[in-house]
Design a binder for this molecule. Structure first.
Ligand code: SF4
Length: 390
């Protein structure tokens, strides 16, 4: 089993907090498909080292940027090029069952018309992830999002009516304008809409963003960690009461609607990233494409790629970090099997593990599964850092 991520680096405007690889420049859009085809032909053999049974692509994720700024024909061309080059399940692109094949496309609400939604279904998309961020128009204006809350609700209803049975909505909390009451208002609207999946992120200050510059100029200050933690706890409580399962620090779903694609990142399943800035992973190697969109569009060959072979220590820390962010946690046996050096790493981290356990910051059960309790997820980064081996 393997996955493919395709990055579409185009947006119609820039949001103030955005640190993603994207551009509003339109003149590169016509170079995207030829460049993608060049990259696909250079990467056809990416999954070669895997056993035959592992080469089947079970998840395809088109993210951005804003994939929905591309016309349906362009998306179709990208998907056709990928389909021709890699192995997919027989019924892929023709199924609503995410266990058979999960095909997600990220969209912006203001791109969604009935025609567009139907074209997504025709391409074979069976899961849509839409960036809503807030249902308060003043928040959306502050973020410089292009849509308003009514547009987001209309887009959601259009997607539903077009037969998309698996919708994920993205939200942000912990930004200057937001009060706890606003967040409760947003959460009530979200649960009324009843999407299958919800991702909620605390606003961060990415380097070189307008938001970071505004913060440096003292134009606002972020809410205190206590306030943000209160919002996070409210998020957990309201979504739990509405029947959602929290399966990762930032991700919630109705039963069996977890994101297969993102879950495979956390389980370290091989994936190929196509497009500028995209990352790939196979075996012990990580690679990343240049984030220089113009260079990628003009060249898109192997010489624009960076990479590293992960050391046994990197792998150990990565398994810890990815596993502990999920509700499943991580088992000592998974850590032990990660490399011949792992017994030494386990001996190094066990004292810290027991000390964190004594403070109630994590649990270790009889089967050897380590978990961070969900009520400590908000501070999971700090807990995980204490366990890293060096
Ligand atoms: S739509 Fe997404 S990728 Fe584009 S600028 Fe906004 S946050 Fe960034």
């Amino acid at each position: 089993m393997a996955g493919i991520y395709l990055h579409v680096p185009f947006c119609n405007s820039r949001c103030i907090y955005c640190g993603f690889c994207s551009t509003v420049s339109r003149n590169l859009r016509q170079k995207y498909i030829p460049a993608l085809k060049r990259e696909i032909s250079a990467r056809r053999d990416f999954f070669m080292p895997l056993y035959e049974s592992e080469k089947t692509i079970k998840t395809l994720y088109i993210g951005g940027g804003t994939p929905s700024v591309l016309p349906p024909e362009t998306l179709q061309e990208a998907v056709s090029a990928i389909r021709e080059a890699f192995t997919f399940p027989k019924n892929a692109f023709n199924t609503l069952d995410p266990d058979e094949f999960e095909f997600t496309v990220e969209v912006n609400p203001d791109d969604i018309t009935e025609e567009y939604a139907q074209s997504l279904r025709r391409i074979g998309v069976n899961r849509v992830s839409m960036g809503v961020q807030s249902f308060k128009d003043e928040h959306l204006r502050w973020m410089r999002r292009r849509h308003d809350s009514q547009t987001a609700i209309n887009a959601y209803n259009i997607l539903r009516q077009s037969g998309i049975e698996n919708i994920s909505l993205d939200f942000i909390f912990g930004f200057p304008l937001m009060t706890l009451k606003d967040w409760e208002f947003n959460l009530d609207r979200i649960t009324e809409l009843n999407p299958e999946h919800i991702s909620a992120y605390q606003l961060g200050l990415d380097p070189d963003t307008p938001l970071e510059r505004m913060e440096k100029r003292g134009e606002f200050s972020l809410p205190t960690q206590e306030d943000s933690e209160m919002m996070y706890k409210t998020l957990q409580a309201k979504l739990r009461a509405a029947g959602y399962i929290q399966y990762e620090v930032s991700n919630f779903c109705k039963p069996n609607f977890h994101s297969r694609h993102n879950s495979s990142y956390w389980k370290r399943i091989p994936y190929l990233g196509l497009g500028p800035g995209a990352h790939s992973f196979i075996g012990m190697a990580r690679e990343w494409n240049t984030s220089d969109i113009a260079s990628w569009c003009n060249v898109a060959t192997l010489n624009l790629r960076g990479g590293e072979n992960l050391s046994p220590q990197d792998i150990f820390n990565e398994i810890l970090m990815l596993g502990l962010r999920t509700s499943e946690g991580v088992t000592l046996s998974t850590l032990r099997n990660s490399s011949p050096q792992s017994p030494a790493f386990i001996a190094e981290f066990l004292p810290n593990l027991h000390s964190l356990e004594a403070k109630g910051l994590l649990t270790l059960d009889k089967s050897g599964t380590i978990k961070i309790p969900s009520e400590k997820f908000f501070i999971s980064d700090g807990i995980i850092r204490e366990l890293f081996v060096c």
